[in-house]
Write a new protein. Structure first.
Length: 126
């Protein structure tokens, strides 16, 4: 739980928050504001609760700001995506499997990096 009046800023992934819970926390005054550069799903539908979430006024300027995540639309980003996809496909179809670590999320049925979770711990707890 967060302190009443906290701000929640999400620059990671839209899916890591529960949009209905955030909207309710804003409405109840638990949150003073929400800011993010991501939506889930993206693009956000017209009825997405964070588009119209209101907040309990804390006696000053408070509110929300959520904008579309635009970094992936630049020409440089598109060129990087194309080059990365080409490298992954060439490695896979050649049988080399010499993937760059930054291109891997899952490898041989497990997470390739700790940044995406601790699957090993999850398996042990079952």
């Amino acid at each position: 739980k967060m302190k009443p009046g906290s701000w929640l800023v999400n620059t990671a992934r839209g899916a890591i928050i529960n949009k209905e819970d955030v909207a309710e926390a804003l409405s109840s005054g638990q949150l003073r504001g929400y800011g993010g550069d991501v939506w889930f799903p993206q693009p956000a539908p017209k009825d997405h609760p964070l588009r119209t979430a209101s907040y309990k006024n804390w006696g000053g300027s408070a509110g929300n700001a959520t904008v579309s995540h635009m970094s992936g639309t630049s020409l440089d980003a598109q060129a990087r995506y194309a080059a990365g996809t080409k490298a992954i496909l060439e490695s896979y179809f050649s049988g080399r499997n010499d993937y760059r670590p930054e291109d891997l999320i899952v490898h041989e049925g497990d997470y390739a990096t700790k940044a995406y979770g601790q699957r090993k711990e999850a398996r042990q707890s079952k």
